[in-house]
Write a protein that binds this ligand. Structure first.
Ligand SMILES: [Zn+2]
Length: 281
């Protein structure tokens, strides 16, 4: 019943725990809800020492049941952030894990695995051909997902003046224009919820994103110091920081070589996630 996926040994992480949880449905039934281990793109290295996922390279989740389908289809929770949070609370086995603290990359990995286990790994998506602008439909196998991010690439870190602060579990990045050092953390699920609910995404999405990831300037962590600097950050620094974050941060990559049936153009494209992801036809 269990699907404990093979993991490669990663030096930074502790060995995976044996599956011990028995999600018993009822004492009279022998049926047990299956669980699986999901590899964490973050490898657990950004969670502080007192976090249950500190240095853990995987997390145990249970398979989605009719209860989770209810969560996803409930009208009152259709706001994406709320539904996703309830879903995570329901499927993450370790109740010590506060799902708000899960990094967005790890949430993505959990959701993709949960979807593949519940409805199969085939996912139907479409993109617009970049050559002839026709719609191209294709099938993507969710098991082909890969993990990316240069957060452990020593060469990249050195070339971009980035250091990983072991104690605070975040990056120190020296900005090219102002030469100031900023502390940068990874986005978590609660940031994603705030973003979904906020008006900022329409008007001030750049400063909103920067406020979410920058936690110190020259080692000063006071909110007003950090916010004042963000509002006055040179555009060159802002751009460098956002681009660097995108390259640096761990992420789940879903890319597919899409061939256009109309003009034959081939392109490696990011697979867009749409409503069919959790509500397949
Ligand atoms: Zn085309």
């Amino acid at each position: 019943m269990r699907n404990n996926r093979k993991r490669t040994g990663k030096p930074m992480a502790e060995p995976a725990p044996a599956p011990v949880t028995q999600m018993s449905v009822h004492p009279s039934l022998s049926y047990v809800i299956p669980t699986e281990f999901v590899d964490l793109p973050s490898q657990g290295i950004f969670y502080p020492e007192d976090h249950p996922l500190h240095n853990k390279d995987c997390i145990e989740i249970k398979y989605m049941t009719a209860k989770e389908e209810d969560i996803l289809s409930s009208q009152s929770m259709l706001e994406k952030g709320v539904a996703i949070k309830r879903l995570l609370e329901s499927i993450v086995v370790d109740q010590e894990v506060d799902v708000d603290t899960l990094l967005t990359c790890d949430v993505d990995a959990i959701l993709i695995s949960a979807r593949a286990s519940a409805y199969g790994s085939e996912y139907k998506a479409s993109v617009i051909c970049s050559n002839c602008f026709e719609t191209v439909n294709f099938s993507y196998n969710l098991n082909n997902k890969t993990h990316g991010g240069l957060f452990q690439d020593k060469k990249f870190l050195k070339e971009n003046n980035i250091e990983f602060d072991q104690e605070k579990r975040r990056f120190n990045i020296v900005l090219p224009s102002s030469k100031l050092k900023v502390g940068v953390r990874l986005l978590s699920n609660s940031d994603d919820e705030k973003y979904q609910l906020s008006e900022a995404q329409k008007n001030n999405s750049i400063t909103f994103t920067l406020s979410s990831i920058v936690v110190s300037v020259q080692d000063l962590e006071e909110q007003d110091v950090v916010q004042s600097f963000i509002n006055a950050m040179p555009a060159q620094d802002s751009r460098f920081l956002r681009n660097t974050y995108l390259k640096l941060a761990p992420l789940v990559q879903l890319t597919h070589l899409v061939k256009c049936g109309n003009c034959g153009h081939e392109d490696r494209r990011e697979v867009p996630l749409n409503a069919g992801f959790f509500w397949p036809e």
